[in-house]
Design a protein around this ligand. Structure first.
Ligand SMILES: C[S@@+](CC[C@H](N)C(=O)[O-])C[C@H]1O[C@@H](n2cnc3c(N)ncnc32)[C@H](O)[C@@H]1O
Length: 311
């Protein structure tokens, strides 16, 4: 919603011929992000939540530096961003004229892969680095549960991120009707042991039942060492036969690769893009899930994998 007397965020220049993604519905305007998000938040009845005081979130909110979730919101036509995020998004779109289109395609890919995995019967999803996917169903910014519940109406979806604004928005806006449920968890993916402890002790995940771990446009923010440790922990710890859904940014080509790297460095945003072979190396312990193929998506590697032991 636009507050009286406030101007809407400036439009983002999009690549020629690429229609803007639908604006996310019901998402609060950034200038008052937490105040409004908190005002929207009613007492939460998810048994998966742990206390996440709005004051703590507000104290950690930085609007003087870009945040990757907010930059992605700009690129995908969302409303949850501040000026510095819009500046960075403009520079990314200049560096790579396909940046918005590939980001949108990757969102569609992960939503499609999640629906396919849910239709196989997997009923627990953990969206790691979920971002500000609080848009309308049917848009690229639609949250994961909109795709999952269409196939599995009783599924449980856990949204996890390190960004306090992401968590505040998720708590306020991401709700589902019973028998489905959603939860929200602050996590740091660079600390897999703490992540695992939080998943075990602070959520209602059932460890006797399959889990789908989703890493959508996230792993490029982790170094090789961090990504290897995270994937090894998930591989060892999730119930055997669990699933990994992955979309991973590729480095770009020629001049755009250099410009993208420079833009991320100048914005102090982590940037560890990987090509198909590097993603294959990261995920070498995982097996392809034969029933669900990865979705082809320019600018990204996508994968649907399982930690099932080879026969
Ligand atoms: C580029 S956004 C992608 C968001 C969303 N998954 C999507 O597909 O659009 C990356 C997200 O990963 C989160 N993230 C990055 N590093 C993280 C970390 N170490 N721990 C937890 N979340 C992290 C960011 O806060 C951000 O929300």
């Amino acid at each position: 919603m636009t507050r009286p007397g406030k101007t809407r965020p400036e439009a983002v220049r999009r690549p020629a011929g690429h229609a803007p993604a639908p604006r996310s519905a019901g998402v609060v305007q950034i200038e008052e992000p937490l105040r409004e998000a908190v005002a929207l938040a009613e007492p939460w009845n998810s048994p998966w939540d742990r206390p996440w005081p709005p004051q703590a979130a507000a104290a950690q909110l930085r609007t003087d530096v870009a945040a990757s979730a907010r930059v992605t919101s700009v690129v995908l036509g969302g409303k949850d961003h501040v000026g510095i995020d819009r500046d960075v998004a403009h520079r990314l779109l200049e560096a790579d004229s396909d940046w918005a289109q590939t980001a949108e395609s990757a969102r569609w890919a992960v939503l499609g892969m999640a629906a396919a995995v849910a239709s196989l019967g997997v009923g627990q999803f953990v969206d790691l680095g979920c971002g500000l996917a609080t848009g309308a169903p049917g848009s690229a910014l639609a949250p994961l549960h909109t795709a999952v519940l269409a196939a599995r109406p009783d599924a449980h979806i856990l949204y996890a991120d390190q960004d306090p604004m992401v968590l505040a928005h998720a708590r306020a806006l991401l709700r589902v009707p019973a028998p489905a449920s959603v939860g929200h968890l602050p996590v740091d993916l660079t600390d897999p042991a703490a992540l695992l402890a939080a998943l075990r002790e602070e959520t209602n995940l059932e460890w006797s039942t399959l889990v789908a771990a989703v890493l959508s446009d996230v792993l490029h923010e982790l170094t090789d060492t961090q990504a290897h440790r995270l994937l090894a922990t998930l591989h060892e710890s999730l119930p055997p036969g669990s699933v990994l859904l992955l979309t991973h940014r590729a480095p770009g080509t020629g001049g755009s690769a250099v410009a993208l790297a420079d833009t991320h460095t100048e914005a102090a945003l982590a940037w560890h893009p990987r090509n198909d072979e590097q993603v294959a190396d990261l995920t070498s312990a995982w097996q392809p899930l034969p029933q669900v193929g990865p979705v082809r998506c320019a600018g990204f590697t996508t994968a649907v994998l399982t930690n099932r032991r080879p026969a």
